[in-house]
Design a protein around this ligand. Structure first.
Ligand SMILES: NC(=O)c1ccc[n+]([C@@H]2O[C@H](COP(=O)([O-])OP(=O)(O)OC[C@H]3O[C@@H](n4cnc5c(N)ncnc54)[C@H](O)[C@@H]3O)[C@@H](O)[C@H]2O)c1
Length: 329
């Protein structure tokens, strides 16, 4: 297929692109590089630096080349900031997303794979969480993604747009050529690896009195290659599906303490942590059920082992100590 991948210079997007070109898809990446890196885009993909809310640019891109499907990963992604500054989240994740959908309509592109999030669910009422769990987001990040999921439902009903929304849990790990190099890192595993790499003294652990095996929060870490492969499976079946929504998770949760221990074991470095009070809105446990995607797309995590996930991230970090060479970040 000819694919347009927004956010393809970012962490997950770069690996979606790596796997897509390896499968023989022709890929064009559209990324404004606000967070992504030029050097993260596979050499076999075309790259356009620009914003997915730029209607004129989208018209040019979609008029110039065939496009069978859009994989839409571009977004504001930091949960904490979405509470203090929701405007940029609604603008980028909802308004820019709509500009993209409308450009697709103008150019007759009728398939989208969308990066949604477990944050659309809010506080879990039951764990593991299934796709029919109530969606009541507790931050503007989750709300903005849910708004876009809802737009997709209406665009399917009215305009026949086919779409698959993936609600990722916590992406983690790397390939040998692509890994996680956020400029503003908030994810647990890269923060722990920073400590092992001597770039950070310790990691704050928020809450040690949760009703979990060791008192720290339980989260679901899924290998980024498994996430990428789900996208390729969805492309194969999207015409038959019409519209659908799937969790992508490991199905097994790990406590923050277990993750810190895995990083210690993989890297051989002590990982000092500091116990801090619970953060508002941090549930005790967030774990995905992946029954639906297993049944419909025959997907299950191929790399479910936490130590192996951390090991891939650490290997990438050792090979790329300064991240991507394009901007030293
Ligand atoms: N990382 C996770 O654990 C996780 C979990 C759930 C959902 N997600 C979703 O997956 C997607 C990718 O996440 P990531 O961790 O790779 O984030 P990322 O920040 O590394 O990637 C996002 C990319 O989008 C680009 N971008 C942002 N706004 C843009 C715009 N308006 N136009 C063009 N490019 C734009 C950024 O420059 C960046 O390269 C996001 O939609 C995110 O919400 C990620």
């Amino acid at each position: 297929m000819d694919l347009l991948v927004t956010g393809g210079a970012g962490y997950i997007g770069s690996i979606v692109v790596e796997r897509a070109v390896a499968r023989g898809h022709a890929v064009t990446v559209l990324d404004n590089l606000q967070e992504g890196h030029r050097g993260a885009v596979s050499a076999q993909a075309a790259f356009i630096e620009g914003d997915c809310g730029d209607a004129a640019l989208l018209d040019m891109v979609l008029a110039a080349a065939r496009c069978d499907a859009v994989i839409h990963l571009a977004a504001e992604t930091t949960v904490d900031r979405s509470v203090s500054d929701p405007a940029i989240y609604f603008h980028n994740n909802a308004v820019n997303g709509l500009a993209l959908l409308d450009a697709m309509r103008r150019h007759g592109v009728s398939r989208m794979i969308f990066s949604s999030t477990a944050a659309t669910y809010g506080e879990p009422e039951s764990v593991p969480m299934t796709e029919d769990h109530v969606q009541r987001p507790i931050n503007a990040y989750g709300e903005s993604k849910l708004m876009f999921e809802r737009c997709l439902r209406w665009y399917h009903r009215a305009y026949g747009l086919r779409s698959v929304s993936f609600r990722y849990f916590n992406a983690a790990g790397a390939t040998s050529s692509h890994g996680e190099a956020h400029r503003h890192e908030s994810h647990l595993i890269p923060l722990l690896l920073d400590v092992a790499a001597g770039r950070r003294e310790l990691v704050d652990v928020y809450g040690t009195d949760y009703p979990t095996p060791d008192g720290t929060c339980v989260r679901d870490f899924v290998h980024v290659v498994d996430i990428a492969d789900a996208h390729l499976r969805a492309l194969d079946s999207i015409d038959a599906m019409g519209i659908d929504f799937f969790n992508i998770g490991n199905g097994v949760g790990h406590t923050v303490r277990q993750v810190a221990d895995a990083v210690r074991d993989v890297t051989g470095h002590a990982i000092p942590t500091r116990h801090c009070p619970r953060r508002r809105g941090d549930p005790a446990a967030l774990v995905a059920s992946f029954d639906r995607i297993r049944a419909k797309l025959d997907w299950a995590p191929a790399f479910p082992d936490l130590t192996a996930i951390v090991d891939t991230a650490w290997r990438w970090r050792l090979a790329h100590p300064d991240g991507y060479a394009d901007d030293g970040a």
